[in-house]
Design a binder for this molecule. Structure first.
Ligand code: SF4
Ligand code: MG
Length: 320
């Protein structure tokens, strides 16, 4: 399996003025392999959306590097930059906000194709858009309608069709189902999986909890307050979570079997997530960690490979 994306010590800070800095993403490193679904999980405000946008090149990197197919995303210019834009696309959480209400579905999906000058012939463009609509379970009759005429699930399908318009290799899906009714969430996830198979897509799937990503991801990284705290395969994360924060997230997933559900220990984290403007010293999780030790507030835990492919940043697993 080849490496498609490589993220190294990526930081994205926002200068808020008056000497204040928001450390939204504060040094994350990981690789994504061709054809996999890589889950990125963490509570709201942990920096996962900012990470996604920085990886896409929508934000500059404050520090660190993103390599996509051997190309530096933040250094690319001209035609190399355009080629990267075509290869990397994004699906957003809110299909209502991300579709222009005054454009028809045809215009929404055709726009990126026209901007990149991929198809100029009108009839051919029409066919291409219909093809894209059909690939997401819509049809040619939908092309002349406006976003408000569709349900939430259908709007997300339009967003997916638009993301596919430039025939990308890689899609960042930023909480693509969290704004949808539970009843349509599974169908959108199944559509994404079908498209992945058909088109050989690689996904970075961002989510605020583990309930869905656990099933669809090959590997999962957990983020807390701008930092990555654990990364491993989905099965291993579920069977053998190392980081206390991962354990808490896992304990929050409801289990359908009432016998298991009742006997289960739910880990309730005390306190609020601290502000990324003034993050805690040492381990950023220490203020809420049930296993915190005295030195956790002093010393930053190093991102370490604990076992093959299983990374964690926690003093409980320090090898030195
Ligand atoms: Fe908890 Fe300490 Fe590990 Fe941080 S380093 S997660 S505070 S045990
Ligand atoms: Mg977000």
């Amino acid at each position: 399996q080849g490496k498609l994306l490589s993220v190294r010590n990526l930081k994205r800070h926002f200068d808020l003025g008056k000497g204040k800095t928001l450390k939204a993403v504060d040094g994350i490193s990981f690789d994504i392999f061709k054809g996999e679904t890589f889950g990125l999980v963490g509570e709201s405000g942990c920096g996962k959306s900012t990470a996604g946008r920085t990886i896409m090149g929508l934000y500059n990197a404050t520090e660190g590097e993103v390599m996509f197919n051997g190309k530096n995303v933040h250094a690319a210019k001209g035609e190399e930059k355009n080629a990267l834009i075509r290869s990397m696309q994004m699906i957003f959480q809110d299909p209502y906000a991300s579709l222009n209400p005054r454009s028809t579905v045809f215009e929404i999906i055709a726009e990126p194709i026209q901007i990149h000058g991929l198809v100029t012939d009108k009839a051919e463009l029409r066919n291409r858009v219909v093809e894209l609509l059909e690939s997401v379970g819509l049809n040619r009759d939908h092309a002349n309608r406006y976003p408000h005429e569709f349900s939430g699930g259908q709007r997300q399908r339009i967003g997916i069709a638009r993301a596919l318009a430039l025939d990308p290799d890689f899609i960042i899906a930023d909480e693509p189902i969290s704004a949808l009714d539970v009843s349509v969430q599974a169908s959108v996830v199944m559509l994404l999986q079908k498209l992945q198979k058909e088109k050989g897509l690689t996904y970075l799937f961002i989510a605020h909890d583990l309930s869905m990503v656990k099933y669809i991801s090959s590997r999962i990284a957990v983020m807390y307050l701008g930092n990555m705290v654990e990364l491993t395969t989905s099965e291993n994360l579920y069977d053998n979570p190392l980081h206390p924060y991962t354990a808490a997230l896992l304990s929050a997933i409801p289990i359908p079997d009432p016998d298991i559900e009742e006997s289960r220990q739910r880990i309730i984290l005390e306190g609020e997530i601290p502000s990324p403007i003034n993050p805690p010293t040492g381990c950023v999780f220490h203020s809420r960690c049930p296993k915190a030790m005295p030195h956790c507030s002093q010393k930053v835990p190093i991102w370490t490979q604990y076992e093959e492919g299983h990374f964690v940043a926690c003093h409980l697993y320090a090898t030195n």
